[in-house]
Design a protein around this ligand. Structure first.
Ligand code: GDP
Ligand code: GDP
Length: 447
């Protein structure tokens, strides 16, 4: 696991460091108290902010230089934390205004090489405006107006810290993503051939362990190795669900079961194969399952089974392809394959495609490449100007992978029509190589 970039939160007691730490880490790890100096030990946690992941340190304090005293030791710890961090977030209390200790901390931070982001906390509503103005005087740039307690100013905070704590795009991460066993689930309507397919896969391949009970009450994982046509072996963890093994007697109960099974399997899978019964074509329930898989952000492959008995194969294939694209716009670009669980036809291609889409699903595009594409895309087709007022789009960033997720920043973005967001999503999928997987895009207002 690559080391995450680190942000140290600094500031005098009671400005809201622990409150912010808790908000970023999302658990009640730090003790919050009104009394100054309650925060004693340095706490670290993994933070998430609008999809940005980084390490955060809540520093102890900065009161006393004497290393023999408790405040002195806290000061030494704070200095060490700032020096080893990629950036320091310096909090002041906007309501209380600047104090001599704030100024002393500012002087010290200016002398350090760690980049500093300044935030005036407790600024919810319009509170603390004079404190914010005073904070400009610290010589640490423009302060962010923040409310750690109420979650205001989060986008500003994101924009200011992102340059320092955004993970570099490195081969390390891609390797890491491709390393583990491929978590694969096979879903589909009853009688599509799921059990036959799983048995076929397992009889051909070397079973490593299992079947083992345990991922949930109702599903099991089977670990095995796929031997590729090139003679390599690649680990696969097949997620099997109860519905595939135990068959209920009542037909409509079965129909319900397969949707519920699909949901459960999807929770654990990276890639989901939706198996269609080629003798029946594409039915409404198939579309519902596919839609659910994509909504959950999983990579999807659609395999038409029973190809060995399919009549008029090319008409069948093209008909399913057309119906899929019409019925589900997100399914455009998703791999569609013909297989036979009975004869084994197409199964190597299916597994090859599964590994391939996992790579795409885990891929991170560099901010530079992304924004070059983005500038071009908004020039080709500028955002509309509702009521004559321009929507200004500033930049886009990939905040997450698995699935690839993007956030767009600009002004008046709440007025962006869905059709424009779809235009951008289609561009990301078609032009940046994410075509086979679901992509998420949201827009956030920035100043
Ligand atoms: P620390 O000593 O810097 O870690 O500060 P704490 O996080 O313990 O917060 C000190 C006090 O300020 C607590 O009573 C918090 O509830 C309060 N506080 C923290 N953030 C905010 C904020 O955004 N707005 C307001 N009004 N109070 C806050
Ligand atoms: P499940 O309900 O999805 O688990 O489906 P099963 O694996 O039980 O298969 C349902 C029926 O379809 C069985 O009679 C299988 O023998 C048959 N079947 C499954 N795969 C194929 C295939 O590739 N070709 C043909 N001809 N029949 C198949």
């Amino acid at each position: 696991m690559a080391k995450l970039p680190t942000l140290a939160i600094v500031g005098r007691p009671n400005v809201g460091k622990s409150t912010l730490f808790n908000r970023l880490v999302g658990k009640k790890l730090a003790l919050v108290d009104d009394r100054p100096g309650v925060t004693r030990d340095r706490r670290e946690g993994d933070a998430t902010l609008l999809g940005l992941e980084f390490r955060v340190i809540d520093t102890a304090g900065y009161e006393d230089e004497d290393p023999e005293t408790l405040p002195g030791r806290m000061r030494a710890q704070t200095i060490a934390a700032v020096r080893e961090s990629d950036a320091a977030l310096f909090l002041i209390d906007a309501r209380a205004g600047l104090t001599p200790l704030d100024e002393e901390i500012a002087r010290w931070l200016r002398s350090e090489t760690t980049p500093v982001v300044l935030a005036a906390n407790k600024a919810e509503g319009r509170a603390g405006e004079s404190g914010i103005l005073e904070a400009y005087g610290l010589g640490l740039g423009e302060p962010i107006a923040l409310s750690a307690e109420h979650g205001e100013g989060v986008v500003d905070l994101f924009e200011h810290i992102r340059p320092y704590v955004e993970r570099e795009d490195g081969p390390e991460e891609e390797l890491e993503d491709g390393e583990g066993p491929l978590k694969l689930a096979i879903v589909g309507r009853p009688n599509a051939g799921k059990s036959t397919l799983i048995n076929r896969l397992l009889e051909q391949e070397r079973l490593i362990t299992g079947p083992e009970a345990g991922i949930t009450r109702d599903s099991i994982a089977i670990d095995w190795e796929w031997e590729t046509p090139d003679g390599e072996t690649r680990p696969v963890r097949l997620i099997d669900t109860a519905g595939m093994r135990k068959k209920a007697k009542v037909e409509d109960k079965l129909e319900k079961l397969s949707v519920a099974d699909a949901r459960r399997a999807v929770d654990f899978a990276e890639v989901v194969v939706l198996l269609l019964d080629g003798t029946r074509g594409l039915e409404a329930q198939d579309l519902r399952i596919a839609d659910n898989v994509l909504q959950e952000g999983r990579a999807l492959i659609i395999a038409i089974n029973k190809w060995d008995v399919a009549e008029n194969q090319s008409a069948l294939f093209n008909g399913i392809k057309a119906a899929l694209e019409e019925g589900l716009s997100q399914a455009r670009g998703v791999p569609l394959l013909a297989v036979s669980a009975r004869t084994g036809k197409g199964l190597d291609q299916m597994l090859g495609a599964a590994f391939e889409v996992r790579d795409i699903w885990s891929k991170r595009v560099s901010t530079g490449q992304l924004n070059r594409w983005f500038e071009d895309a908004i020039e080709r087709n500028p955002p509309p100007a509702p009521g004559g007022k321009r929507i200004k789009l500033r930049y886009i960033t990939q905040v997450n992978t698995r699935p690839p997720s993007f956030v767009l920043f600009g002004t008046r973005v709440d007025q962006l029509p869905d059709s424009y967001l779809r235009y951008l999503v289609n561009g990301i999928r078609k032009e940046l190589g994410f075509g086979a997987v679901p992509v998420r895009l949201s827009a956030r207002a920035s100043r």
